[in-house]
Write a protein of this length. Sequence first.
Length: 451
Amino acid sequence: MRLKIGLLLLFIVNLIILFLVEGKLLSILDGVLLAVLGYIIFWAFIKEVNNKFKLLEEFTSKWRQGRYSKVSYYNDKELGKIVDNINHLIEQLEKYNRAITEGEKRLNAILAGIKAGVMVLDREGRVILVNKGLENLFGKLNFTGEPKPLLEVIRNYELEKFLKEALANLKEMTREIEFLLPNSKTILIHVTPLKDEHDQKVGLVAVFDDITEERKLEKMRSEFIANVSHELRTPLTSIKGFLETLLDGALEDKTIAKHFLQIMNSETERLTRLIDDLLSLSKIEAKKVDFAPKPLMLQELVQKMKLLFKSRLEEKELSFIISLPENLPLVLADGDMISQVLINLIDNAIKYTPAGGKIEVSADVKGSWVEVVVKDTGIGIPEESQKRIFERFYRVDKARSRELGGTGLGLAIVKHIIELHNGKVWVKSKVGEGSAFGFTVPIAQQAQKGE
């Protein structure tokens, strides 16, 4: 380009010399022709320069828009060097962009595969990243990728206080927090400092782990141990008290001694039932029980129950009605286990139904299942207790239950036996009107086809 400018200037200088030195006067026509020629040369030069700058302008415009496309090679030494440098820069940018894109893809894949919730905060405590696991814990979050204050993403002041403390200290911390909304959850939160490439702490990474079920199980285990201890201690304390009384001289009175021994025998039987139920429940829960489902006729089984409880039914003048259809299909079930289910349900019905009441056992086909219902006209169960009635050691009226000889494990055993058959158990009750306990077992032919 410098050469072209030099040639143009040389040409103009020569014309001036020719005009001055030679002393020749140019005609008006020669002057016009000279002016036109100079104009053409000048604008040709300007156009070439404009084209080069237009090329650079087009490139910078695309650059601002984030579109990194190479510049076409231009046959000019000076401009060609610039173009080569720009194209090399673009190659490097494309390389870095590909690396960043691949890194983002790997990061997103890792975050998506983490079941726990993950949240990243910057130094100011703004949320800059969340994963799918966090939305699974708390539902749809008010976060689209732009940095946001924590309370706009998760509205929990205890969490905000904890993360502020962690940001102030910028060290690893762990805390357990109860979240009530959208659902009650116990979350274990572990935070660790986020560092940049210079090993400077620039924020926090918080991992949210749902430990709700673990805490529930711990509570259940704790309650179970406390309940077992109490249930075992009660009859043992009673037995010990009567033994001490007998040893202190009551043994000499045969009438009193006999009465005390009868009570001790009753407490011993209660203790035996409790231990037997505990062992049964433990085996069923651990699935270490002999489970042998076979085609079973429920009509025969219910008739056996009527004979088994005949004396107790007559003693309380209770009506026992069997409402099973003659064409009721065989069920695929373990006979001994279903017998235990019926014994527990009918035993409870007899205990809590006043004299002169009624107990009815009915059954009906529900799709590929048979639903069995034991209904009574007893005292009923409050609505708030119905959700917990199948829990171990749960009693609506603890004093009355112990008085009637209950262990608090019967319905828990019923539930686990039916679940072992892949069935369901339920209760419907109204205080003062009675209760209905139902369960389902699979029809034999349907179950065998499914296998």
